[in-house]
Each structure stands twice: as C-alpha cells, then as structure tokens.
Design a protein around this ligand. Structure first.
Ligand SMILES: C[S@@+](CC[C@H](N)C(=O)[O-])C[C@H]1O[C@@H](n2cnc3c(N)ncnc32)[C@H](O)[C@@H]1O
Length: 222
C-alpha cells in the first residue's frame, strides 16, 4: 500500500528539495535561487504543472550543469518527484508548491532560462479560459520571468488546448513559433524529450492518442 496523504505531507515538510509555505527559504528565493538554493550560476529551467515531476527529475539527470524547478500546487503529487530527487541526491532540482499564477512572487524578471509546460489541465469551458496555462495573461507573466530568447515548450495530449494555444501564439506579434507538431512520436522533436513520459501521459497514450508539442520564444522583451 502507498503512503497516506498525511505521511506524504510529513515527508514534504522534511524534504529540503521541496519549497512550500513554512519552509525557512520559501519567501526568500525571489531573485536569489542561484545564490541561496542552488549555490551555482547555472541556468534555471521550470516545469509547470509538474505533477509528479518526471521532467524535472529526468532533465536534471541529463543536465547536471543546469538547475530544474518543478511547480505544482498539489502536495501529494509533487511529493513523488521531490522524494525521487532526495533519493538520488539531485542537487540541481527543487520543487515549488505554489499556484502558477503567483510565480512573480517567487521569481524575478529574467531569472528563468526556459519553461516547460507538461500536460496542463485543458480547461475546455469558455468560462475557464483565464485558467489555461497558455492564455494571454499567463504568457505575459512568462515573458517577464524568462530571459530574452529563452525557450518555452508545451506538451499536451489535448487537441482543443493545442489549437487554442496555436491561435493565441499566432496572434501575438511578440512570439516566434520555432516548431509545432500534432504527433510528437512521429517527429524528430521527440529526441529533445529524452524518453521522459509523465504518469498522465503513460495512462493517456495507452489509448493511442497523439501527443502535441509546441516550442516558441518571445521576440520582444520589457
Ligand atoms: C493533468 S495534470 C498533469 C501533471 C503532470 N504534468 C503529468 O503530465 O502527469 C495537471 C497538473 O497541473 C496542476 N495545476 C493545474 N493548475 C495549476 C495552477 N494554477 N498552479 C499550480 N498547479 C496547477 C495540477 O495540480 C496537476 O498536478
């Protein structure tokens, strides 16, 4: 039997890889992740809606000269990645348990080099558009956080979210779309995913659905 939610939350409280309210460093890291947490000057990459943090852990194993931070609000999910990071002593990882819409409280402008958004909730209702992680207000925030030319990547199984995001991006004069595919597993772009599949994707793609992927950057900066 797996660990209970209560046990996971106790693990989270004790895990130095997990930053959440109550932790000593939690409110001190804005603009200081390199100095106070990673103790290096390496690039910082975010995985948003990280769930169990498969990309954060997987990319951290591949790139020991970069830093990776998984962001999600659900403590019982983020537990998995942060436990794995602790087990492997992946010192180039962190997990941040906050609402993504509040990222500006935790990162300074241009503090981040790259952002991956992995299987975010599609939020198909029109009334939920503002909650989609690729809606204009979220893109405006990412543009402030990311360094000039920093890569943005979206991976999704959801056709509606893919089409919506393409439309939003194509309507923005400040965005350059580098690549977009509706079938990642038939694309050469698959190589840049290092065989990483999230739990959600493993469950979803067993149904044979196609995974979509968009890579873009912001042309102009504030
Ligand atoms: C469909 S799950 C995907 C999780 C993981 N990326 C995967 O592929 O298995 C979406 C995740 O986004 C998180 N999430 C959704 N909206 C969020 C928000 N505004 N702030 C923080 N996390 C959010 C949820 O808690 C959930 O873990």
């Amino acid at each position: 039997m797996g660990r209970s939610k209560t046990a996971k939350f106790a693990d989270n409280a004790a895990n130095r890889h997990l930053l959440q309210p109550g932790k000593p460093l939690f409110n001190k890291l804005k603009g200081k992740w390199n100095k106070l947490y990673f103790h290096n000057d390496n690039d910082i990459v975010l995985e948003l809606a990280c769930g169990r943090g498969e990309y954060t852990v997987g990319l951290a194993r591949e790139f020991s000269d970069m830093n990776f931070i998984g962001v999600d609000i659900k403590g019982a999910r983020i537990w998995a990645g942060s436990q794995q990071a602790a087990k492997e002593n992946l010192i180039n990882t962190a997990f941040l348990r906050v609402h993504i819409q509040n990222l500006k409280d935790y990162f300074s402008n241009h503090e981040v080099s790259e952002i991956w958004i992995i299987h975010p909730d599609p939020r198909p209702k029109n009334s939920d558009e503002r909650r989609r992680l690729t809606c204009p207000r979220f893109l405006d925030m990412y543009k402030q956080l990311i360094k000039p030319g920093g890569l943005m990547r979206l991976k999704t199984d959801n056709t509606g979210l893919y089409q919506y995001t393409m439309e939003v991006l194509q309507n923005r004069p400040d965005v350059h779309i580098l690549n977009a595919t509706v079938d990642l597993y038939k694309s050469t772009l698959l190589a840049e995913h290092y065989n990483i599949k999230t739990k959600y994707e493993q469950e979803f793609s067993s149904g044979g659905n196609m995974i979509k992927y968009i890579k873009f950057y912001f042309k102009g900066h504030l």
